[in-house]
Design a protein around this ligand. Structure first.
Ligand code: TMP
Length: 217
């Protein structure tokens, strides 16, 4: 595949969506062909699954159901949208991916991380991001930002301790995959966070091109 797959992750209220938009805008200005998408969602079928997952009325949802619905939404999204875009050489910028299932369902719900990884390897057909920006923010700050919204979804409504486990989970993922995941302090201004992401992306792109030339010999 010739494209690039870049994901954004982080606890609720970290400002991911704003940063995804700013990142995509900057890349388009540089002439790249960029597809912005998100999980859960990104296709009509996956958006229906998203609605099921986030509806606060579904309090009875079993943990296994939650894991599998996120994975099902992902499978459809990867097959229908992400892989075709990568095959045609586009940069795919995705708001959340498998790391979110590891952090929220694995660490958050206390399920076996190895099983979540396996289920998602199948769901995503082994696809992995080339680079991941993990926007880290203290749970209290993230929740304050969310408090400005009118209605919280089913996941956002879960308690403070759950969200603390999710944040710790994300930080562990960053430690485990230092080559791929870049931990960003998101408790700063939008401009500062954006500048750090752009600087990293440019440096990473340059290093990548050198590595590719080396491979070609
Ligand atoms: P969003 O707020 O980034 O749109 O994501 C919706 C919610 O779904 C958010 O609270 C994080 C959660 N989520 C998971 O729990 N597992 C996943 O695999 C994904 C993609 C999202």
């Amino acid at each position: 595949m010739t494209g690039l797959f870049i994901t954004f992750e982080g606890p609720d209220g970290a400002g991911k969506t704003t940063q995804v938009e700013a990142f995509a805008r900057a890349l388009r200005q540089q002439g790249y062909d960029v597809l912005v998408t998100r999980e859960p969602g990104g296709t009509p079928l996956s958006d229906k699954i998203r609605a099921l997952l986030l509806d606060p009325a579904h309090k009875e949802m079993a943990d296994a159901t939650e894991v599998l619905l996120y994975a099902a939404a992902r499978a459809q999204h990867v097959q229908e949208k992400v892989i075709p875009a990568l095959q045609s050489g586009r940069i795919v910028v995705c708001d959340r991916f498998v790391d979110a299932s590891i952090a929220y369902q694995g660490y958050g719900l206390g399920l076996a991380v190895a099983e979540i990884v396996e289920i998602n390897r199948f769901a995503a057909a082994g696809l992995q991001p080339d680079r991941t920006y993990l926007l880290d923010i203290p749970v209290s700050v993230g929740r304050l930002r969310l408090g400005q919204r009118e209605r919280l979804d089913r996941i956002e409504q879960k308690g403070e301790q759950y969200h603390q486990r999710v944040r710790n989970g994300f930080r562990q993922i960053a430690e485990q995959y230092p080559q791929r995941v870049r931990l960003i302090d998101a408790n700063r201004s939008i401009e500062q966070v954006h500048a750090e992401i752009m600087a990293d992306f440019q440096a990473w792109q340059a290093a990548n091109q050198v590595a590719r030339k080396g491979e070609l010999g």
